[in-house]
Design a binder for this molecule. Structure first.
Ligand code: CP
Ligand code: NVA
Length: 306
């Protein structure tokens, strides 16, 4: 099963703009039920989850099956990684059994180490730094609801976290306007931001209403990500005022959509009337994880050209 000529998906810039457009075309065919090929027939995908998951776990497992393959759920309670076996050894061993590895973990360096030592494609299912599969699903949802991301204004409200960093990477490759409102001390990754500012209009501001002004897409996420649970109280203070509520949505364009990767905390980063209201596309967004990840797996693991 080991194949040294392979392609990983660790971050959005692993694909060019043309490849991303082709990937979304493929994912859309999958969403519409027009794609019935089984590029993962006879193939297995290992899914390592060092953190909890509902959407990522279910969409990868179901998606692998729909493409004809078989997925294995590996949690630290079950595999030796959880007892300290090095990630490099895990990568080399899994590569002898499976045809692709999806991992959700803490440090981004762990993902890179896995990809370095694996001889099969590795897919990033979320790290502390990035969540690229989610932002691919978000971009597919924008295409579904607004037709295109070209020329659209995207607002990010809240933490400069893994989701924010992946949005910045998306702006870097696709060139849309992105304004992030983050409290002091909770800005996105400085290097990722600097690189994106070389190709796109990406700004970080403090005022959430300023970021939302005229936006076509308003996006937010929890104030404390997985692994930051003990910071919840401190973060609640720091993020006060960074709620996406009806008042903030009024600043956005009249046809604006609201997005959230989920899970959400109603009454913290988003009010219930917004997430459960008419502008919210969060359920389509969650569904699109399945379609877009199937396109990623078809390409990286199944060898389907883009
Ligand atoms: N949005 C997302 O990645 O959800 P899970 O944590 O449930 O996988
Ligand atoms: N920023 C969140 C995303 C969850 C899907 C986290 O990392 O917990």
């Amino acid at each position: 099963m080991a194949d040294t000529e392979h392609r990983d998906f660790l971050a959005i810039p692993d694909y060019t703009k043309a490849e991303l457009i082709a990937l979304f075309d493929l994912a859309e065919r999958m969403r519409k039920g027009e794609y019935t090929d089984k590029p993962l027939a006879g193939k297995s995908v290992a899914m390592i989850f060092m953190k909890a998951s509902t959407r990522t776990r279910v969409s990868f497992e179901v998606g692998t099956w729909q493409l004809g393959g078989h997925a294995l759920f590996l949690s630290p309670r079950d595999v030796q990684l959880g007892r300290g076996e090095p990630i490099a050894d895990t990568a080399r061993v899994l590569s002898r059994y499976v045809d692709g590895i999806m991992i959700r973990t803490f440090a981004h360096a762990e993902l890179e180490e896995l990809a370095k030592f694996a001889s099969v494609p590795v897919i990033n299912g979320l790290t502390d730094l990035l969540h690229p599969c989610q932002v691919l699903a978000d971009l597919l949802t924008i295409r579904q609801h607004l037709g295109t991301i070209d020329g659209k204004k995207v607002a990010w409200i809240g933490d400069g976290n893994n989701m924010a960093n992946s949005w910045i990477n998306a702006a870097y490759v696709l060139g849309f306007d992105l304004t992030l409102a983050c409290p002091e001390g909770y800005e996105p990754d400085a290097e990722i931001l600097k690189r994106a500012q070389s190709t796109a209009s990406v700004r970080v501001v403090r005022d959430s209403h300023e970021a939302a002004e005229g936006a076509d897409v308003v996006n937010t996420d929890v104030w404390a990500s997985m692994g930051q649970e003990e910071e919840q109280a401190v973060r609640e203070k720091a993020f006060k005022g960074y709620i996406v509520d009806a008042g903030l949505m009024k600043r956005a364009s009249s046809g604006a959509i609201f997005m959230h990767c989920l899970p959400a905390h109603r009454g913290e980063e988003v009010s219930a009337d917004v997430i459960d209201g008419g502008q919210s596309v969060v359920w389509d967004e969650a569904e699109n994880r399945l379609h877009v990840q199937k396109a990623v797996m078809a390409n990286t693991i199944g060898g389907v050209a883009l």
